[in-house]
Ligand binder design. Structure first.
Ligand code: 6PG
Length: 222
C-alpha cells in the first residue's frame, strides 16, 4: 500500500495493527522491529486504544549490545511503545558471560514456548537500503537457516553481531508488515518486489506480506 508520506505510513500501519488485534480473541503475538520507521509507527500506536493486556510483544531482531545501550532495539521498543502502554516485552538476555549464540538459543526457546499453540499473528519489519530486513543482511549466514527460529548473525559489513528472526519463523507467521519510507529505500524496495533481496524472500512462505510504503520509497515501482 502506498501512502503520501512517513506520517501517513505510521498512521495507516498503527490502524491496521489495532484492527488485526481486534479481529482476534485472546492472546496476540506481535513481533516488533527496530529502526526509525517502525519507531514512528510505535509512537502512533500509543495513541490508538488497544487491549495491550492480550499482546505478547517480542523482538524480531536485536543488536548484540547491553540492554540499556542506545543501539538496543529492545530499549527503543520499551521506551517508545511497551513501557508507555503498559505492555510486556520479552527481550533477549544479555550478560558478559553469555555468548550471542547462547542468548539467541534461549530467546528461540521462549519463542517456541510462546507459539506452542500457533504462529505469530503479526511481525513488524523494516527495510534497509541494502535490502535487509530484521537482521537478515545480504551475504550473511542467517539467510540460509532453515530450522532454527532465532539466531546470532555475524554482519561483516557492519562489523557487528546481531540476533535475528530467521525465515522459518517469518514464513510461518500469519502476517508480516513491512514499513518503508524515503527515497533512499526506493531501489531496495524495487529489488525486494522483484524478490532479489533478503526482504524479497519474505513472500516465499505461508505468511501474508503487507507493505506500507510512502510515495518516495515507491518512486521506482511501476
Ligand atoms: C534494526 C532493524 C532493521 C531496520 C531497518 C530499517 O535493527 O536496525 O531491525 O531491520 O528495521 O534497517 O530501519 P530504518 O527504518 O531506521 O531505516
Amino acid at each position: 500500500m502506498v501512502h503520501h508520506g512517513p506520517s501517513e505510513v505510521a498512521r495507516a500501519a498503527a490502524d491496521r495493527i489495532a484492527a488485526l488485534l481486534a479481529e482476534v480473541d485472546g492472546p496476540f503475538s506481535l513481533g516488533l522491529a527496530g529502526g526509525t520507521t517502525p519507531a514512528a509507527t510505535y509512537r502512533q500506536l500509543r495513541a490508538n486504544s488497544m487491549d495491550w493486556q492480550r499482546v505478547d510483544a517480542w523482538l524480531s531482531d536485536e543488536r548484540w549490545v547491553p540492554p540499556d545501550d542506545a543501539r538496543s532495539n529492545g530499549r527503543m521498543v520499551a521506551e517508545t511503545l511497551t513501557g508507555p502502554v503498559g505492555a510486556g516485552l520479552e527481550r533477549p538476555r544479555w550478560s558478559d558471560s553469555l555468548t550471542a549464540g547462547d542468548a539467541a538459543a534461549h530467546y528461540e526457546a521462549h519463542l517456541r514456548s510462546l507459539h506452542h499453540a500457533g504462529p505469530p499473528h503479526l511481525i513488524l519489519l523494516g527495510l534497509g537500503a541494502d535490502g535487509h530486513t530484521a537482521s537478515l543482511f545480504p551475504d550473511t549466514q542467517a539467510l540460509g537457516e532453515r530450522s532454527r527460529w532465532f539466531v546470532a548473525n555475524e554482519v561483516p559489513q557492519l562489523g557487528e553481531v546481531r540476533l535475528t528472526t530467521t525465515y522459518p519463523l517469518l514464513w510461518a507467521a500469519r502476517r508480516l508488515m513491512v514499513l518503508v519510507v524515503g527515497v533512499d529505500k526506493a531501489a531496495a524496495l524495487k529489488e525486494s518486489m522483484e524478490g532479489t533481496t533478503p526482504a524479497g524472500m519474505l513472500a516465499h512462505g505461508e505468511a501474508e506480506v503487507e507493505w506500507h510504503v510512502d510515495r518516495d520509497a515507491a518512486s521506482l515501482l511501476d
